[in-house]
Design a protein around this ligand. Structure first.
Ligand code: PMP
Length: 425
């Protein structure tokens, strides 16, 4: 595999970008052979800066749901770009998009649009406080809701006051949620929940309906708002809010990543009970009203409603899960696949510092398959049964290779140091 261009870019980036890269796009916590820079993406495939081609199970960390550079989306986006994107006010598409999203998402009566998931979750937090005149926001420990000081997983630059009135509970635990609500007393403004537990570095878990229903009851009893953060899973589990699948309707839901197939837009949807709070806050951004992502969203959502994209992704996900399981069993490797089949996470047994998972992921990369060793992945509509067969065949070889090398695998320096410092705390 060629790496010259990527290595050169990495070196140049060290001088002009903090740490050479930041946030979830940094490859600092990925196997060392993973490319940092990409030159092209089409359908289910991705090309790095050196021209190496990969079947991409990260889908841009979620935005790619139909396939990269989908011609149907590009056509409407380019046509709108030629007419106008960021203008002195929004285009008519904004009203249409709000109508479409509130039609598709059962709990929603209104919509607000922004750029990133963090915009939507932060706005949800503010609206919960504005609507209830209370302060405390509950979030599940380890859940990710964005990169603003109130929710970032990294402590640097964050002061206690940024986190004041943000309290934790354990996902899927009725007891823990009840205790956190009791502790909040009469100051509870909102409860955040992701549709399922999709935290990094750990097995995923589907929501226990008893926990979700109790969250709804406790919010009803206290007047707090229930907020489902559907930014990662939205429209990948169902064509509605994800908790509709277990019969629980939130007051607010946050959306991002996939619903414009990769164009920059996110959304906050709310029920009528939150309209007053939503109308009272000041929320805006220079690019929040741009027309191009809105027409892309309208087209994407039309395709999501009219195609079998979801059933297709689930069928491929089932094929993948079964094929990988039998390949792992054949190799005698303890391999765990968790979460919905269309959003899988792969971890290895007896792999506390992830060295086996890292080696297996690198072995997959060398075979042209981009998987992630500790974050959930995504399937997309553009993938085919042949792509999944290819993945399973590569995995069979990768399991054998890693099994043979297992006793001589080295820990990843940055990841090992991170776990060591966490253990010391
Ligand atoms: N909530 C969830 C559940 C997410 O997965 C993410 C992003 N991974 C966010 C919020 C924040 O979204 P963004 O990175 O677009 O700000």
């Amino acid at each position: 595999m060629k790496r010259e261009i990527d290595l050169d870019l990495k070196q140049r980036a060290q001088k002009v970008l903090p740490n050479g890269m930041y946030g979830h796009e940094s490859t600092l916590l990925l196997p060392q052979s993973y490319p940092q820079f990409f030159s092209k993406a089409e359908g289910a495939y991705l090309w790095d800066a050196d021209g190496n081609k990969y079947l991409d199970f990260m889908c841009a960390y979620g935005p790619n749901v139909l396939g990269y550079a989908d011609a149907r989306i590009n056509e409407v986006a380019v046509a709108q770009l030629e007419k106008g994107d960021a203008m002195t006010g929004p285009s008519p598409a904004m009203v249409e998009l709000a109508e479409v999203m509130t039609d598709m998402v059962s709990h929603a009566d209104w919509a607000m649009f922004c750029k990133n998931g963090t915009d939507a979750t932060t706005m949800a937090k503010t609206i919960a406080r504005a609507q209830t005149s209370k302060r405390i926001i509950l979030v599940a420990a380890g859940a990710y809701h964005g990169a603003a000081p109130w929710c970032t997983p990294m402590p640097s630059g964050v002061i206690d006051e940024d986190r004041a009135h943000i309290q934790m509970y354990d996902y899927n635990s009725v007891k823990s949620l009840e205790a956190a609500v009791a502790e909040a007393g009469d100051d509870l403004a909102g409860v955040f929940a992701t549709p399922f537990k999709h935290d990094a570095f750990t097995d995923q878990a589907l929501p226990d309906p008893a926990y979700a229903k109790r969250a709804r009851e406790l919010c009803d009893q206290t007047g707090a708002l229930l907020i489902v953060d559907d930014i990662r899973a939205g429209f990948r589990l169902t064509r509605d809010c994800s908790w509709e699948l277990i019969g629980v309707r939130p007051d607010l839901s946050t959306w991002g990543k996939s619903f414009a197939n990769g164009l920059p837009i996110s959304a906050l949807l709310g029920s009528n009970s939150t309209r007053e709070g939503a109308g009272s806050i000041y929320a805006t951004g220079s690019f929040w009203f741009s027309a191009v992502p809105m027409v892309a969203a309208l087209k994407t959502l039309q395709i999501l409603r009219e195609s079998d994209y979801l059933e297709h992704m689930i069928a491929l996900g089932e094929q993948l899960r079964a094929g990988l399981q039998s390949a792992a069993d054949e190799a005698g490797m303890g391999f765990r696949q968790t979460g919905p089949v269309q959003m899988p996470l792969f971890l290895f047994d007896d792999d506390p510092d992830f060295r086996t998972g890292f080696a297996w992921s690198e072995a997959m990369l060398r075979r042209g398959i981009y998987v992630h060793p500790w974050h959930n992945m995504f399937l997309c509509q553009a993938m085919t049964e042949a792509d999944i067969d290819l993945t399973i065949a590569a995995a069979r070889e990768a399991f054998a290779e890693v099994k043979q090398a297992r006793t001589s695998l080295e820990p990843h320096p940055v990841v090992a140091a991170m776990f060591a410092s966490m253990a010391a705390e």
